[in-house]
Design a protein around this ligand. Sequence first.
Ligand SMILES: [Zn+2]
Ligand SMILES: [Zn+2]
Length: 484
Amino acid sequence: MSHRAAGGLQRAVDALPIVGLDESVIDILQRDDETDEEADNPEQEADNDVPSFPSVEKVSIEEDLVNQPACIAFTSSMARLVNFLQLPIQKCFYRDKLIGTECDATPPFHVKLNRRGSATIIEWFCINGHMLWKWNSQPVLKYAMQGGDFMVATNILLSGNNFSKLALFFRFMNIGVVSPKTFRLIQNHYLVDSIKDFWGKKRAAIIDCLCAKESVVALADGRMDSPGHTAQFCTYTTMENESKDIISVVTVDKRQTNRNSVIMEKHAFIQTFDNLLADLNITEIVTDAHMQISALLDPRKGRYKDKAIIHSLDVWHAAKNLTKKLHVAGILKGNSILLVWLKDIVNQFWYIYQKAQHRDMFNDMWVGVLHHVTGKHEWTRGKCDHGPLDATTSDKELMVPGSPPHEALQRIMFNRRWLKDVTKYLTFRSTSELESFQNCILMYAGKRFAFSPPVYEARCLLAALDYNHHNHRPDYITRKNEKS
Ligand SMILES: [Zn+2]
Ligand SMILES: [Zn+2]
C-alpha cells in the first residue's frame, strides 16, 4: 500500500464515528429529516390539467424489499438522466392558496440530487423555488424508513459483518450509508428479537422430532468470547450426536455470574440441561474434561444423579493429551526412546478404546502396552492382543524395564487423575463436530469486536441457524466425484 493510501485509510478510520455499546436507542419516530410521509409529494391542485406524479414507492409486504434487485448508481449518471428527461408539465402548477395567483415558471426546471442515508433523493424546482416533484431511489417503509437503509443494516448483521468495517467500505466507495445510530436502532428494534423468535421456532421443530427418541446422546461444550478472565460471554452449545443438529445455544453474560468468568461455563451448563432434560430423554452427555461439569454429572452426588446420565469425555482430547505428555517426557535427556515409541503408544491407545467394553478390559490391554515396549508379550495375568503395535514395532529398539524412560511411561499411563476418568472414554465419543460449529460462531461474532449481550446472543443464534441449515445438505461432489 502506498504511503498516501495508507494515510487516507488512517484518516478515514479516524473520521469514523465510534460505536458505543451503551448508547441508548432512539425511537425511530424522532427521525428529524422526514416524519410526514406525505411531505414527499408536493401538493398538486386537483383542477390543474397536469399528470399526477408517481408517489413514493411503499413497502407493504416482505417481497417489496427482500430479493429485489438493486444496483450501485453513480450520482453523475443519475444527473445525466434526469437532466435529459423533462417533467411532463408545461409550467409550474403552484398556485398561491390565499391570493390565487399561479406561478408562471416554465421548463427547464432545476434538478437537485441529495444523498440521504444510502439513497439519493432527486427534487425538481421551478425558478421561483416551488418543488414540483421529489423522487427517492429507494422504496420506503413505515415511519419513512428507507428500504435500502433497512436492508443494509439488516444484512450487515445477518451476514455476520460488522458495522464499522462495512461503513469504512462504503466510505471508500463514496456511497452513502446509514448512520451508526440508525444501524443500532434497526438492529435493536427489529432484528435481535426476530432472530431469537426464528431460532425458537426452528429449534422447537428439531426438539419435537427428538422427543420420541428413547436415548439421546448430547455433545456439549462452552466457548468463551475471549481467553481467561477477560471473557465477557460464555456460549454453551449442545449438539445431538446422531443428527449433528445444534439443539441448544445458551449465552451467559459475566454479569449473570457476579463478574466471575470461571463459573460461567458451569452456569451455562445448568441452564442448558435443566431445559433440555425437561423435553428429551438424554442418556449420555459428552464434554471435554472440566471439573465443575464432571461434578454436576457425578452419578452419586451430582445435580443430575437421578437421571442416570452417562458422562463421556472426548477421546480425541485424551489422545492429544497423551501425545503431549509423552513428547514432554521424551525430550528429556536419556528418554528419547519414548519418542521412538510415541506413535505406536498413541495408536494403541485408540485401538484399545475402540475394543474395550468395560474398565477391566481397558486395564488389561493398557498394562500390556507397558510390557510390550520391553519385548515381553506374555505376563502373569495376560498376554498381548496385538493391535497396531505389532506391525510396525518388530525391529524397534526395546525399553529396559525399570529404566528412567520406562518409569516415565508408567507414570504417564497410570497417572491417578487420568485413571479416574478412564471409563469416560469407553463410549469412544468425539466432540469435534461441535468444535467446527464453534468456529462457525466466529464468523458471526468475531473475537476482535465488542457486542452488547443481546446482539452477541443473536449472532450466536445466527451461527446455529446457519449450521443447522447446511447440516443436512449433501456433500459437494466435484467433477472427479470426490468430496470436497
Ligand atoms: Zn413555481
Ligand atoms: Zn506385544
